[in-house]
Every structure is written in C-alpha cells, then in structure tokens.
Design a binder for this molecule. Structure first.
Ligand code: ADP
Ligand code: MG
Length: 350
C-alpha cells in the first residue's frame, strides 16, 4: 500500500494481444548539451498493431518527435544518443540492425510524414518526378511507368486534375495539396507503418480535417499501422484507436481513446482535454495548464508534472509515480490502460 491508500498494480498488461507491428520498449534518448544531459526520451514504451492508429500526444518538447526519429533511424547522432531500450519492428530489433538493413526498412516498410512539406520536397523537381522516383529507385520502374504510377497516387490522395498537375513544382500547390503529396510519397511503397509527425499542424483548420480524414481513410484501406503525433487533442478523437500521452520524455497515461476522453486518469491528460477549444466557448474562457514543462537536464525528483499540478501533494514531490494499470469501477484491470499518477483514482472519479 502507498500513502494514497491504493495498491500499486504493476502495469504488465500488454496494450494489444499478439506480436505488435511495432513495439518500443523502455526507450531512452539523451542529448548532450552544455547545460548537461537532457533526457528527451526517458523510458518510453508503446506498441502499434497493423491497421491501428496510435495517437502520441503531449505539449511541445515532450519527446514525441525524438521517439519517432529513433524509430525511423534518423536521429541526429551526436548530439543525440540512444541510451537504452529496444525498438521491435515485426519482432526484430531495429536498434540491433546495420545501417544497410535499416535503410531497407525505412521507406519500404516504415514511412514518415513531416509537418512541413515544403522543406521535405525538392523545390526544383516536379512532384511527379519525385513521386515517380520512389518507383524508379525501389521498384526499377521505367520513366513512363513511374509517371503513370505518380498520377495514380496523386489521384489516390485526391489531387484534382492529377494528370495535368503531375509536372507542376511543389510551390505551385497549396499547403493542403502539398501535404497530400507527402501522404502519396509515404504510401508509394505500401509501407506497413506510417509515422505522421504533426501532419496537419501547418494547415488551416478546415484543411486540417480534410487531410486528417484522408490519412485515416487510406490507413484503413491499406491496413497500415499509424502513429499519429500531435499536440492537438481535438484532431485525434475521430481517427485514433489508442492514445499515449507524453510528458517530459515519459508516457504518463495510455489507453483506449474513448475511455481517455471520457475519464482521464492523469491530471496532465485532463488539463490537455480541458484546453481543447470548444465552439460554445469564447476565446478568453479557454483553459490552459499553468506553468511550463520542466528542464530536461534537471528533472524534479518526484512527478515531473507536480510543479504544475493542482492535485499535487507531498508524495508527488518526493516519489516518482510509476505507471500502474487503471482499474474500472468494479476493480477489474482495464487492458492497455495505465496512468503514472499517485492520484489516478481520484482523477478518474473527480
Ligand atoms: P516534441 O514532443 O515537441 O516532438 P521533441 O521530441 O522534438 O519534442 O524534443 C524533445 C526534447 O529533446 C526537446 O525539448 C529538447 O530538449 C531535446 N532535443 C531534441 N532535439 C535536440 C537536439 N538536436 N539537440 C539537443 N536537444 C534536443
Ligand atoms: Mg515534435
């Protein structure tokens, strides 16, 4: 028993049964900076199944992108360093592979979509050329075949008049259309997993929804796993199956999307949910979590969120809460649901 009067149940329930498509286990990534060692990813574990969407949420700086970069094998090393953990893709540890083996997986089996299409696309090559290149390089297609496949893909992501636009350059497309082209690039080789890092953050709100819907639809159709990284809880409700909430390099809550929306079990998740703008609210009424995330070079001894938490008591300052399985009203463990909060129960029912 802890001071809170609740039995600590170690979080051992697998999030999903069977061998996951991707499983990140206790991943640790450090950056060596002048201020000291920044633990950007501090023991992150999550998994994704084929055909499933995992949303990774959290404020800027929580380690979402660094985790993705470690999975893709595109982490800046140095200053970055993988200090521990495993990344199992279809059961094989990516971190134990040679660069040549990883290159085969990158693009072919795991593709990534970034926030900023303009800096990911080459400005001096037509989009058709860049899409076609995927087929020429990876599949040995002829120029003519490659162009035909490029038009097909542009159709798939619903770029109007694809045939007429295949020779256009990236700057000739709107932001939303460019992001569709990025989705087409990611889809080209029919990967098993797509990691989308803030794919709609740079777009207008109305366009955001269209691009997100398209991504969700294609993910279903191709039965891919999707890791959707976002700081915007508003966009994930409709598309995600499960959620992992990150704070200061750790996962503080994870579980089924509907359950977390209905009954968050971590004050940080609750704060994020309360900060979603609602149509019936005026701008000035908008709730924001007070304070700022901690400095990663000097994390507090107890709960990293405690300095910002209204529920924090002494134990939160002295003792770091480990993830525990959340129990339902009958006291039964909820599969795949965990919270790293000493007061998860009070949060769940408060
Ligand atoms: P986000 O959740 O916004 O995607 P990131 O994963 O990009 O956050 O970054 C997490 C933390 O990792 C940052 O707050 C920063 O301290 C550290 N970090 C990321 N990239 C670098 C880098 N190239 N050099 C030093 N520190 C970095
Ligand atoms: Mg990021």
């Amino acid at each position: 028993m802890t001071e809170t009067g609740i039995d600590l149940v170690k979080d051992e329930t697998p999030a999903t049964p069977g061998t996951p498509l991707l499983e990140v286990r206790d991943l640790q990534v450090e950056f060596h900076t002048r201020e000291g060692v920044a633990k950007a990813v501090n023991g992150v574990s999550y998994s994704v199944e084929a055909g499933e969407t995992l949303a990774v949420l959290g404020e800027s700086g929580s380690g979402k992108s660094v985790t993705a970069q470690a999975i893709m094998g595109i982490l800046d090393m140095p200053p970055g360093r993988i200090a521990g953990g495993e990344i199992l893709f279809q059961g094989q540890d990516l971190l134990a592979m040679t660069e040549a083996q990883r290159r085969k997986i990158r693009g072919n089996k795991i593709a990534m979509i970034f926030q900023d299409a303009l800096s990911s696309l080459n400005p001096v090559l037509s989009v058709g050329y860049q899409l076609g290149e995927m087929f020429r390089v990876h599949k040995g297609a002829s120029r003519k075949e490659a162009k035909a496949r490029a038009v097909e893909l542009m159709d798939r992501v619903r770029i109007p008049a694809a045939k007429d636009r295949v020779n256009d350059y990236p700057h000739q497309f709107s932001g939303g259309m460019r992001q569709r082209i990025m989705i087409a690039m990611a889809l080209a080789l029919e990967p098993d997993l797509i990691i989308a890092d803030e794919p709609t953050t740079a777009l207008d709100v109305t366009v955001q929804a269209q691009v997100m819907d398209l991504l969700a639809e294609l993910q279903q159709e191709y039965r891919m796993g999707l890791i959707l990284i976002t700081h915007d809880l508003g966009v994930v409700a409709d598309v995600a199956d499960r959620i992992a909430v990150m704070y200061a390099g750790r996962i503080v809550e994870r579980g089924d999307v509907r359950e977390i929306y209905r009954t968050p079990a971590h004050p940080y998740t609750k704060g994020l949910l309360d900060s979603i703008p609602r149509l019936d609210q005026k701008g000035s009424d908008l709730y924001a979590i007070r304070g700022l995330p901690p400095t990663l070079t000097s994390l507090p001894a107890g709960c990293s969120f405690s300095p910002r938490c209204d529920r924090a008591r002494e134990i939160c300052v002295t003792e770091r809460p480990l993830p525990v399985t959340v129990l339902d009203a009958e006291g039964a463990p909820v599969p795949g649901r965990s919270s790293a909060c000493h007061f998860w129960k009070e949060t769940l029912h408060g």
